[in-house]
Design a protein around this ligand. Structure first.
Ligand code: GLN
Length: 504
């Protein structure tokens, strides 16, 4: 494996800026890595044929003396939920097979303007519904740490690509944890920004009030660098925040000194520990919290009494919004059409949706349509929205007492492929720690906290902060990351077997 794929995005950017390495070399190294391991990992649905040409263009501009943005020439993997003009966008669904968008998602456009080189589109659960990538219509992605295990979901492709050194950076989307939970099970860093901090324009909508785009990386600094590129106000997105965001890369650099931990109040949520959590996941979490405490943080036990209803409320609100968002796949406007000779428009629509959507998508459309139906609206959707308000209040109360909340990012390490596929409720239970942030719109990050003492698989710790305080998350997690890497003697991912080119 080439050393260029081992570099962090920040290191690669520095080598590109100094002229030591060209973008063509860096891009070729990653394409080579994809060719070597993606047959096993299956992180990509589409690899960009034009990547080398784009890289050459960046090299020429740099060669001509142009001042380029920091990440110019660095390769990037893009979750297939984001539409792109030069590559198909399927959202992991058969119904959109081969679909070419007439425009780029805002985050993709921003990444291109910053000179990032799109390597391809990454695999995901169909329409971002799932926690394992097994609901992709194109077959699952495998976890680079153990190819028999799930890479998380829905953004398993982006996380696995970064964990397997196929890309230094990736874009993901997080509606209930799809950036953070894959980060947790693959030993990577994933950030769900404050709702509205990053444009959703051109993200194929799952649940519009919950969806948020964010970065996936191997270090907190790299995530911050990408966040700086994609964030900010977008007139195309009605929920985009007009806010003057600080540099998240600067926050990560500042955080790495550890100063931020002095007097930092860290809240540990009583309801997000104990029952339902794998003992080794909790053990790793406790060790990280103790490390923060040893370096000056004040650890406070807090209660968020309504978090226990978060998953139930989410799995009513999400299907309700999804059933409405997915109504546009009607065989007329986008993608696939199944012809029904002699049939009506409704027959064609129904045959198309029957053939084009997978079982999980159908399950949620049925559930959401039911929850929104006249007779049941108040009982289900209305009640879920009330719970959502109570969860927002739990956060407000908590942030009166603490600066950040810390939780294990997910209840277990990576489970085996197939293990939860036939049990939707078991699959949904993976999201119990990540969902509250989406319901309240607050930012969250998952950073590696170690390897589980029982199965040796990666574990992530999640930090949550009040809305608009994304920079605080970068500071705190960069501080913890520095302490942990110091303790381990090397970054966590250097211990994954696949990473040394030994994919089975
Ligand atoms: N696992 C969650 C779900 O299935 C999260 C999805 C997401 O964040 N896109 O809905």
């Amino acid at each position: 494996m080439s050393d260029l794929t081992k570099l962090t995005a920040a290191e690669l950017a520095a080598s590109l800026a100094s002229g030591e390495v060209s973008s063509v070399e860096a891009t070729e190294a990653h394409l080579e890595r994809i060719r070597a391991v993606d047959g096993d990992v299956h992180a990509f649905l589409h690899v960009n044929d034009a990547a080398i040409d784009v890289a050459r263009g960046i090299d020429e501009r740099r060669g001509a003396g142009e001042q380029l943005p920091e990440l110019a020439g660095v390769p990037l993997a893009i979750k297939d939920v984001l539409v792109t003009t030069d590559m198909p966008s399927t959202s992991g669904s058969k119904i959109l097979e081969g679909y070419m968008s007439p425009y780029d998602a805002t985050v993709v456009q921003k990444a291109r303007e910053a000179g990032l080189v799109a390597l391809g589109k990454t695999n995901m659960d169909e329409f971002a519904m799932g926690s394992s990538t097994e609901h992709s219509a194109y077959g699952p992605t495998r976890n680079p740490w153990d190819l028999d295990r799930i890479p998380g979901g829905s953004g398993g492709g982006s996380a696995a690509a970064v964990a397997a050194f196929e890309a230094p950076l990736a874009l993901g989307s997080d509606t209930g944890g799809s950036i953070r939970q894959p980060a947790h099970v693959t030993g990577t860093v994933g950030v769900k920004p404050t709702y509205g901090a990053v444009s959703r324009y051109g993200s194929i909508a799952l649940a519009s009030s919950l969806d948020q785009i964010g970065p996936v990386a191997r270090t907190v600094l790299d995530a911050g660098l990408l966040h700086d590129v994609i964030g900010g106000h977008d007139p195309h997105d009605a929920t985009s925040l007009a806010h003057d965001w600080p540099s998240f890369a600067a926050a990560a650099r500042e955080g790495a000194t550890g100063e931020v931990l002095k007097g930092l109040r860290v809240g540990v949520v009583r309801e997000l520990t104990g029952t339902g959590f794998q003992a080794s996941v909790e053990e790793s979490f406790r060790a990280s919290v103790a490390l923060l405490e040893a370096h000056g943080a004040e650890v406070v036990e807090i209660s968020a009494p309504h978090f226990e209803y978060a998953t139930a409320a989410y799995y009513l609100i999400l299907p309700a919004e999804a059933s409405s968002n997915l109504a546009k796949f009607d065989s007329v406007r986008f993608g696939m059409r199944v012809e029904v000779p002699g049939g009506t428009v409704e027959d064609v629509m129904s045959a198309t949706r029957d053939a084009g959507f997978g079982p999980e998508v159908k399950r949620r459309i049925i559930l959401g349509t039911y929850a929104l139906s006249a007779g049941y609206y108040d009982a289900y959707y209305g009640s879920a929205q009330k719970v959502r308000t109570l969860i927002q209040r739990d956060f407000a109360d908590a942030f009166d007492k603490v600066d950040v909340i810390a939780t294990p990012s997910a209840p277990t390490t990576a489970f085996r492929l197939g293990e939860k596929l036939d049990d939707p409720l078991a699959m949904y239970a993976n999201d119990l720690a990540t969902i509250p942030a989406n319901l309240a719109g607050v930012p969250g990050i998952s950073v590696p906290s170690g390897l589980a003492s029982d199965d040796g698989l990666p574990v992530g710790i999640q930090f949550l902060a009040p809305a608009y305080e994304d920079a605080r998350l970068y500071r705190v997690s960069a501080a913890l990351e520095a302490l942990l890497v110091d303790e381990w003697g090397a970054p966590l991912l250097d211990r994954a077997p696949v990473l040394n080119g030994e994919a089975r």
